[in-house]
Design a protein around this ligand. Structure first.
Ligand code: CA
Length: 224
């Protein structure tokens, strides 16, 4: 899952990015509304955390512009102001949820997860997937063997790669698509990094779960 944070308070933005990265999300940060709009238009983000008071263009306008252009990416608005008026205005412009500063980091992560889950469900997927004898819970970010308690430990990044394949199980997902959703724009390394993570997943979850489709990408086999 790849997130965009648009927040001009640099320390806040960086600490949010650091925390969300540790949760396994790929996170891009910009400090300006226009730059945020530009990024959001160019990259298929899974969620945007959007401050309201921003240089360049304010958050309300960024949100309204994205919605007018047909983008349905979930948007979580941050506001320093406290009042029903702002909340109503934020939701009016098409935001999905809002948080009033100061907020606790734990609450932010919970809201981000809930929004991603809600959005995923809107597309007809559930957070719990049973595949190849594994139960993969995208909400709790755990993988267990069968329905038991035998949890398989994955790193946050391994889980994020697995998630992309699970969300499109039975379909071919290209390396570029995985990179786009799991790594942020600061990543300039080798795109073959995806292979390294797929190898690790095969080692931990079984060799037959993820099929390589030559020249196209990977496919998570669909049997239950
Ligand atoms: Ca601000």
């Amino acid at each position: 899952m790849r997130l965009l944070i648009v927040e001009d308070e640099k320390r806040l933005a960086l600490s949010l990015a650091k925390g969300l990265t540790a949760e396994g999300y790929a996170v891009d940060v910009v400090h300006d509304g226009l730059e945020g709009l530009h990024r959001a238009t160019e990259t298929p983000y899974d969620l945007i955390v959007l401050d309201i008071m921003l240089p360049g263009m304010n958050g309300y306008r960024v949100c309204a512009t994205l919605r007018a252009a047909g983008h349905d990416v979930p948007i979580l608005m941050l506001t320093a102001k406290d009042g029903e008026y702002d909340e109503a205005e934020g939701l009016d412009t098409g935001a999905d949820d809002y948080l009033t500063k100061p907020f606790s980091y734990v609450v932010l992560v919970a809201r981000v997860r809930a929004l991603l889950r809600r959005h995923g469900q809107g597309k007809g997927s559930s957070p719990v997937h049973v595949v190849g004898g594994l139960t993969i819970d995208l909400g709790a970010r755990r993988v267990v063997r069968g329905e038991g308690e035998d949890e398989i430990a994955l790193t946050a990044k391994e889980f994020a790669v697995l998630e992309q394949l699970v969300l499109r199980r039975g379909e071919v997902v290209s390396k570029a698509e995985i990179l786009e959703h799991v790594w942020d724009f600061a990543y300039e390394g080798d795109p073959n990094i995806v292979e390294v993570y797929v190898s690790a997943l095969r080692r931990k979850l079984g060799a037959r779960l993820i099929r390589t489709v030559r020249g196209a990408g990977y496919r998570l086999e669909a049997p239950r």
